[in-house]
Design a protein around this ligand. Structure first.
Ligand SMILES: *[C@@H]1O[C@H](CO)[C@@H](O)[C@H](O)[C@H]1NC(C)=O
Ligand SMILES: *[C@@H]1O[C@H](CO)[C@@H](O)[C@H](O)[C@H]1NC(C)=O
Ligand SMILES: *[C@@H]1O[C@H](CO)[C@@H](O)[C@H](O)[C@H]1NC(C)=O
Ligand SMILES: *[C@@H]1O[C@H](CO)[C@@H](O)[C@H](O)[C@H]1NC(C)=O
Ligand SMILES: *[C@@H]1O[C@H](CO)[C@@H](O)[C@H](O)[C@H]1NC(C)=O
Ligand SMILES: *[C@@H]1O[C@H](CO)[C@@H](O)[C@H](O)[C@H]1NC(C)=O
Ligand SMILES: *[C@@H]1O[C@H](CO)[C@@H](O)[C@H](O)[C@H]1NC(C)=O
Ligand SMILES: *[C@@H]1O[C@H](CO)[C@@H](O)[C@H](O)[C@H]1NC(C)=O
Ligand SMILES: *[C@@H]1O[C@H](CO)[C@@H](O)[C@H](O)[C@H]1NC(C)=O
Ligand SMILES: *[C@@H]1O[C@H](CO)[C@@H](O)[C@H](O)[C@H]1NC(C)=O
Ligand SMILES: *[C@@H]1O[C@H](CO)[C@@H](O)[C@H](O)[C@H]1NC(C)=O
Ligand SMILES: *[C@@H]1O[C@H](CO)[C@@H](O)[C@H](O)[C@H]1NC(C)=O
Length: 355
């Protein structure tokens, strides 16, 4: 008798541990796991150790056969793009666009319908998915059925809530961000806390359901965060026969137009300086103008060097750890210039030839 009771307790406690471990977390759903821990919190994102309600959001890995039949009339493809590379401190923007199967489109109401007169099709029902029929069950977005993200948080209020029938779960760097939307979603991340390098981002898209939400598509991609200003140089010369062969005419000015890749306008207020060495013994040439011209008077192969510096106005960062304040005296915020984005291109070749 005694032994049997002890055994019963043991079984029970083992089962309880197993139940705790079985709870799905965002990191279990992610396809790509974080490798390092050097990244800090992304503002507005949550750690992927949060639990994921897999009753409400069935989680499938890519390759799961259920993806094949999760949408009526074909497969939805999620196209994930970004404006990478991003300089640390700037914003990187991701866009997801859903591509529906042939003859399907999202209408103004946010429902997915069959396109009229598409490829001889005669569809008995106009709708692929009719979400409008649920609107009577919702009060300004507060629906009597599930309007929650996998972590249990309610959907945020949007004036166009009735058209936001897709749920997007973004995951990167061991953190996640959920949002609702139509057939496309755009998301920006401020890269201040992200370490330079290549990172993976993934997005899982669900369509709104009544008791649960249904997986629709999954996409992932690489993005690059860098401490070097991303740019390219457009080299052009009047009367140049072939603009792609890197061969230019002697004694005729060549124009070097530096194009900075800064889609979030992070460097708008910074002072850029361009330090050129044209490789023909003419010394260095420093300018604040992205367009420079140079005339080579010699025939030959030249190796050019360019260093770009951006002085970004911002608060002064303490060099040594700030000691804890001993008095309550407020310090006035002050502004100084700190230099970042010191970019040097590896020397690149240029050849001059006769006309
Ligand atoms: C960077 O990390 C700090 C500390 O975790 C946080 O307070 C801040 O909001 C983060 N900044 C951004 C832009 O993510
Ligand atoms: C990102 O956050 C940092 C610190 O909060 C700020 O200085 C910087 O301007 C932000 N970048 C963008 C593009 O908003
Ligand atoms: C559409 O109809 C045309 C003419 O009736 C026919 O030639 C064609 O094969 C049909 N296309 C499809 C996809 O059924
Ligand atoms: C779709 O919903 C709208 C609005 O409730 C309704 O008028 C329409 O009949 C529905 N269509 C189907 C096929 O259920
Ligand atoms: C939605 O429901 C929540 C909680 O029940 C309530 O606090 C909120 O005011 C409601 N919003 C609207 C627009 O009805
Ligand atoms: C950068 O992204 C954040 C969201 O992470 C956004 O709040 C901010 O407005 C963006 N800044 C710019 C300049 O795009
Ligand atoms: C490079 O500059 C030339 C001349 O100004 C211009 O015609 C061309 O479109 C530019 N190319 C790019 C990719 O910006
Ligand atoms: C221009 O130069 C490129 C690179 O050397 C070469 O592939 C291309 O054939 C050239 N075009 C002409 C019209 O000569
Ligand atoms: C930066 O400059 C561009 C073009 O000059 C302008 O369109 C944009 O609004 C500016 N952005 C900021 C954040 O100042
Ligand atoms: C420009 O770069 C050269 C080396 O390439 C360096 O010697 C020079 O000091 C730089 N000039 C400025 C103003 O930074
Ligand atoms: C420039 O380099 C090319 C290939 O590297 C070579 O064929 C050519 O002879 C060189 N021209 C001169 C003037 O040195
Ligand atoms: C800029 O980068 C070059 C090469 O990496 C380095 O030699 C130089 O010291 C850097 N300058 C500044 C101001 O960071």
């Amino acid at each position: 008798m005694q032994a049997a009771v002890v055994r019963g307790c043991l079984v029970l406690s083992v089962w309880m541990i197993a139940a705790t471990q079985a709870g799905t977390r965002f990191q279990d759903v992610a396809e790509f796991r974080r490798t390092g821990h050097e990244n800090h919190h992304i503002h507005g994102w949550s750690p992927d150790s949060s639990s994921w309600d897999d009753q409400l959001y069935p989680a499938w890995k890519s390759g799961d056969p259920r993806w094949e039949n999760c949408w009526r009339g074909g497969k939805v493809v999620a196209l994930l793009t970004s404006d990478s590379p991003a300089l640390i401190g700037s914003n990187i923007t991701f866009a997801v666009n859903l591509r529906f199967p042939r003859c399907q489109k999202e209408n103004e109401d946010g429902d997915v319908v069959y396109e009229r007169g598409c490829a001889n099709a005669s569809f008995s029902d106009q709708y692929v998915y009719n979400w409008t029929k649920w609107v009577p069950f919702c009060n300004e977005g507060n629906c009597s059925f599930s309007s929650k993200f996998p972590d249990g948080r309610p959907f945020p209020h949007h004036h166009d809530w009735r058209r936001r029938n897709f749920i997007y779960i973004f995951q990167t760097l061991g953190q996640y961000y959920p949002t609702t939307g139509r057939s496309s979603a755009v998301l920006s991340i401020n890269t201040t806390n992200i370490t330079a390098g290549a990172q993976m981002i993934e997005v899982t898209v669900f369509r709104r359901g009544y008791r649960k939400h249904y997986p629709v598509a999954k996409a992932s991609g690489l993005y690059i965060v860098t401490d070097q200003i991303p740019f390219y140089v457009n080299i052009s010369q009047k009367n140049d026969k072939n603009s792609s062969d890197h061969i230019y005419i002697k004694d005729s000015p060549i124009s070097f137009d530096i194009k900075i890749h800064d889609p979030s306008h992070y460097l708008n207020k910074s002072i850029l300086s361009f330090n050129w060495t044209f490789g023909d013994g003419s010394g260095t040439f420093v300018s604040n103008n992205p367009v420079s011209t140079h005339t080579y008077t010699l025939l030959g192969n030249f190796s050019l060097k360019l260093t770009i510096k951006a002085a970004i106005p911002g608060p002064c960062k303490p060099v040594t750890p700030t000691p804890l304040p001993t008095t309550g005296a407020p310090t006035t915020p002050h502004t100084t210039i700190h230099t970042t984005g010191n970019t040097t291109v590896p020397p690149f070749p240029l050849t001059t030839g006769r006309t």
